[in-house]
Write a new protein. Structure first.
Length: 577
């Protein structure tokens, strides 16, 4: 379902929960039906009680009035039980649907869109915020039905005696204003609470990623303090939330107590004057409770404000604009014949308003290997992401065999461009599944060739079931993991292969062997290699020297090494060409 489809409902309700309400479907309709049935039975109870009381005052037996009263009570209990079951189904459906939308939106946003959020914060939104918001959806039904019941209670008061209705309307206005104030303040304070909670989650995730470094440097206490630094602000936001509810709750109770006394006083006068019967007075006192039902939902409304704050954090992701679209026109379903000529023209990439790449012009002839070299922060990984279409440039364009990457369909782009990263993540159930990930139907011979080329076949054969060993039973070193990442890229194939520091964890001998194998085994394909080692730069056809987000020079490694001291300084001191 398109995100824009939720806009009319969101404008109508003014709530971030509108998106989730739409996704609830039939279970929420059933919940609403049972809730209405329960409220209807409850609304009829005072009339049945009044009839029974009046019959008792008249000296008659309970008769049919008692039977109706029992039936209404039984119906109310049944409706509430069935409502709870359908409510659980509605919450489950909403949660599943919203999490699907959330994940799909993350993939649509891509690398550029998710960079502005920490991993821990995104995880908190995906788990806690979606769950809390989904549980708030049935509360919308409860509030809506109770509001209708309150109107029904008011109508009943007016039918019994119009003075009762007028008195109620005059006295209820301050309570309604207090409720609106509470909702607005609770949502604001709780939104602050959730932001601090997301900050802690992001810091905790960072610490888990760097747990070995923390252990080795004996900085556990320092990291604990860093992770929990937002805790005082979190606690204060929580106290502010409850303080708002507490301050307004006692004011509400005072207003409602005065209103009850006022309405019942008017009803007592009406009994004395003979305008209503004692049974009607009892019914009026019960209907007054219904009329006040919406106000007595202050706890539910506070919970709804919490849910709205959670839904707002989910909406921040669902409503985030995706990267700028490619050029207009039909997407290209295939590339012309070629072996991967790569051209970057005036490519500029910004992150948080700061330039990472600036006006990069680079041409990589088909079938050659180009190393991208530069200091840390020079923009090497960003250039690798842009070159393969994983990141769209803010300005300029990238062409593969003369076709802009923006014009290619996603399937063509992924088929023609293979990636290997410095820290690959293996996805799938078995090693073979992981190596053929994204390429279903790949035969075993290709998987074996890729593993051999990446120098991974020897250790894979030592596994209990070879490449069919489940990933959960495969302990891997950093170098072995990188070799499997390279093998996966080789299985993927394509006319352009991008290796983003994909051999950094390999020892020098293995790296040289893998580099040589890639050079011979991928003849005819274009290779873009992000390199940090002299040995890697020395074996490629040419080097693009990236400095401060700009291409400073493109030439063979030996020429750059001989002519530019700054280029030599990029590598570790003591290295030789």
């Amino acid at each position: 379902m398109a995100v824009t489809a939720f806009a009319p409902l969101r404008r109508l309700t003014g709530s971030s929960l509108a998106r989730m309400t739409v996704t609830a479907g039939p279970p929420l309709v059933v919940t609403a039906a049972w809730t209405v049935a329960g409220v209807a039975a409850t609304l009829l109870l005072p009339a049945a009680v009044a009839a029974a009381v009046d019959r008792a005052f008249a000296g008659a037996g309970p008769g049919l009035a008692l039977a109706i009263l029992v039936a209404l009570v039984a119906g109310k209990v049944l409706a509430e039980a069935a409502g709870l079951v359908s409510q659980a189904r509605a919450v489950t459906r909403v949660l599943a649907r919203v999490r699907h939308l959330f994940v799909r939106r993350l993939f649509v946003l891509g690398i550029a869109g998710t960079r502005r959020h920490d991993d821990g914060d995104l995880l908190a939104r995906f788990t806690g915020n979606t769950a809390a918001a989904a549980h708030g959806v049935p509360s919308l039904v409860t509030v809506a039905v109770e509001a209708a019941a309150s109107v029904g209670g008011l109508v009943a008061l007016c039918l019994i005696d119009w003075w009762l209705g007028v008195t109620f309307l005059v006295g209820i206005a301050p309570a309604v204003l207090l409720l609106r104030l509470m909702m607005r303040r609770v949502r604001s304070r709780y939104g602050d609470y959730l932001r601090h909670q997301g900050d802690i989650a992001a810091r905790f995730t960072d610490a888990l990623t760097g747990s070995r470094t923390i252990q080795a440097s004996r900085t556990q206490r320092r990291e604990t303090e860093r992770i929990l630094a937002p805790l005082p602000a979190l606690a204060e936001a929580g106290r502010q939330t409850w303080r708002v509810q507490g301050d307004i709750s006692w004011q509400l109770d005072l207003v409602l107590a005065g209103l009850r006394v006022l309405v019942l006083g008017v009803g007592g006068v009406a009994v004395v004057q003979g305008r209503i019967t004692p049974g009607q007075f009892l019914a009026a006192s019960l209907y007054l409770g219904f009329a006040l039902g919406f106000i007595y939902l202050s706890d539910t409304l506070a919970f709804l404000a919490h849910a709205q704050a959670n839904a707002g954090r989910v909406d921040e992701i669902l409503d985030q604009a995706p990267p700028r679209p490619g050029p207009s026109g039909a997407a290209v379903g295939r590339l012309p014949a070629g072996t991967g000529r790569l051209d970057l023209r005036g490519v500029t990439v910004r992150h948080d308003g700061h330039p990472v790449l600036t006006g990069v012009d680079l041409s990589v002839p088909a079938g050659t290997t180009l190393a991208v070299v530069g200091r840390s922060g020079a923009g090497k990984s960003t250039l690798a992401l842009v070159a393969g279409g994983l990141l769209r440039p803010d300005e300029g364009e990238v062409r593969l065999d003369g076709v802009p990457l923006d014009a290619l369909t996603a399937s063509v782009l992924r088929r023609e461009v293979g990636y290997a990263f410095d820290r690959p993540v293996l996805l799938g159930t078995t090693v073979a599944d992981a190596l053929a990930y994204g390429r279903p139907g790949t035969d075993g011979a290709r998987v074996e060739w890729a593993a051999r080329t990446a120098s991974a076949l020897d250790f894979l054969r030592r596994l209990p079931d070879g490449v069919d060993t489940p990933l959960t039973r495969v302990p891997l070193s950093g170098g072995e993991l990188q070799r499997l990442g390279l093998a996966r890229a080789l299985v993927h194939g394509g006319r352009l292969m991008i290796l983003d520091d994909a051999t950094s964890s390999l020892d020098t001998v293995t790296e040289a062997r893998v580099t040589a194998a890639l050079t011979t085994g991928l003849a005819g394909r274009t290779r873009l290699v992000v390199a940090h080692r002299v040995a890697t730069a020395a074996q490629v056809d040419a080097v693009a020297w990236l400095d401060g987000g700009r291409i400073r020079a493109v030439a063979p490694h030996r020429d750059l090494w001989a002519r530019h001291p700054d280029y030599r300084a990029v590598f570790t001191a003591g290295s030789t060409p």
